[in-house]
Each structure stands twice: as C-alpha cells, then as structure tokens.
Ligand binder design. Sequence first.
Ligand SMILES: [Zn+2]
Ligand SMILES: [Zn+2]
Length: 258
Amino acid sequence: MPITVCEKHGESGCLEMCKHLYKNLEKGVFLPFYTLPVYTIRMCTKCFEKYNMQELVDTLSIDKKEVQEKKEKETGFYKIAPDYYFESAVLNEKNPKLLEKIKYTYHKINKKSRFKCQDCIDDIYFEYAKKNNLELPFEPFENTILHSDDKRIFKLENKINKYFGVKELDITKCSRTCEIWSGSIRCPLLIKIYGATTQKEQDKIVKLIDKFFKKIPQKQRKVIFYEPLTWIVEKSEKGTKRIYRDKTKILSEVVVRE
Ligand SMILES: [Zn+2]
Ligand SMILES: [Zn+2]
C-alpha cells in the first residue's frame, strides 16, 4: 500500500480509487465498491459494469497457497515484494489472458484515479453510516491519539523503554521493547509490549501507562502484551545478512474505551 502524509493522521496508508468514488467521498458519501484483484484499485458499481467485472469475478481465483509458496521460494530483495507481485506471477502462469484484462482495466481507471488516506476514508464511512442510520461498519474510537508524529507517542515509548532498562544496541539481542502506533476511528492507539511475560509485570506496565494517560484527553487505547521478540538471521551465499523478526504470540490485551 502506498504511503501518504495526511494532515490529520500523519504518515498513513492510502488507497487508489476511481474518480467517482473519490468525488463522492469528498462530498461525504461512501459508495459501495469493488476492489480489482492484484492491482487493488477500488471502483464504483458504474465502473464495475462498464469494465465487465462480473465476468472476471466469475472466472478468477488466485490460490493463496500458491502465492505463499512463491513468496517462500523467492530469495533476495523480492522476498519482501508486495503481494501483487506474487499474485500476478501466479495468475500469469495459470491464466495470462485474465491478467491482461486486469491490467487493461487498471490502466483505464488509473488514468483519472485518485488516492486518499485510508483512515480518512474510514472517518467518512463511519459518519456516512451514522447519518443514514446504517449499521455501523466497526466499533468507533472517537477519542484516541490520531497523528503518527504526535509527541506523546514518543514520550510514552521512552517511558516504557526506560522501564525495560538499557536498550540493547545489537538488534538481534533486543527481546523486551515496546512499539506504539497511532490510532484511527477503526482502531485506537496501539501499544505493543514485547517480553513482559508475567501477570505482575504486565500489571506494572498497565499502571505506568494509566498514569501517563491521566493528563491526556484522548484516552482510548489498546495495550497488547507479546512474548519476547526473537530474531531470525539469514546469511546468503554472498555473505549478506538478512535480519527479521520471528512471529510473536500474544499473551494478553487490554482495551481502554473511556
Ligand atoms: Zn467509478
Ligand atoms: Zn487521514
């Protein structure tokens, strides 16, 4: 997903859509949409019909397993390529004509497409549903820290890391740390804590966070405790190193909705 810098949300993912969806969003109207496979551009029902997408829906299937296998086989830089890279490779082997149709449709819509911050789209989606008495699309968090550069995020990060003690300089030895992600209407500020494994320690950290939020008006937050971080170091034949995190299990979570 491409990244944009939004006035309200800071650095955030943005979505590409046909000009009709965009124009309506600008007016506060959230229209139903279809997402084009592989290239993931959103299109309105008008475009869906114009580009004969029903036929595509009926014939297309991309096996997720095959995509995953391709990903695992890949070495070097392309291992971290976005999904569409692998999906189009799978589709190209199975049904190149269909891939051509997807490409063609994408380029047609892309000529006048627009991008919008995904968190702003969610804001409009929620307001639109509320105004029109539709079922709310998600549990809203209207009182949470939103901007990715909000200074309070860094302050809290420092506080928690201070609690954990001296930061390890060798990243592969860093197992206890925290990571904080700004919130949106769909998900509150997310505080991820790695390596606090006992209930006693988790309680201590929750208390520390509660104290920090006493003076902050935007109180909604989610704290997730994970097992300690572990790192995988892969060495290629050429001697280059690739370091990445292993998957980490969730131990517990606390959501503050006040
Ligand atoms: Zn359209
Ligand atoms: Zn935004």
